[in-house]
Design a protein around this ligand. Sequence first.
Ligand code: C5P
Length: 201
Amino acid sequence: MAFTVAIDGPAASGKGTISREIAAFFGFEHLDTGLLYRAVGFRLLEGIEPIEAAKTLDMSALDPDALRTPDVAQAASKVAAIPEVRAALVDFQRAFATRAGGAVLDGRDIGTVICPEANVKLFVIASPEVRATRRHKELVEKGLEVSFDEVLADVLERDARDMNRQDAPLKPAEDALVIDTTDLSIADAVAQVVEIITEAG
Ligand code: C5P
């Protein structure tokens, strides 16, 4: 029986780390759906038309390192507002979600659009300052030269675009549990989510 966990939330809320750890804990497969949009955004920066890029995306060849830059993130949130781009990525995500053995998908619209029937739906939030601090640290550790203010502006701009688009805007599903990681360590957040999933399963 497939068991699906949907984890949505704004940029750098901690949902990616929580999803990875939950997948490892329960032995579920994990799909970071942001990488799909980032891959299309990356192609856009290379001059490739985004709808075509989404339709021809090689999902097995996503390179997270090349895709986790602020420029690609901005391009991703622009292409993510195009309904035909989103439509081209739906089938892959839904097929992934129903894999035997369980799956965790994280993104912006997993609980609302991709997997409205998910067994567990979470919406992970944190204050913009905390999110920008975490993302800034990650980028600096990777050797990127960006200021905290640039990262904060990037996060806020993407959130606004993601929340205000017509198609699949960022918002919690009606039955999603909200996890606020502002004052919570990732370890504590993971422990909470493990408990929620254990109770649901
Ligand atoms: O999660 P991440 O920051 O990698 O996502 C990059 C961008 O991809 C987001 O800002 C959002 O615009 C888009 N996205 C989306 N739907 C998803 C996952 C990501 O629109 N399920």
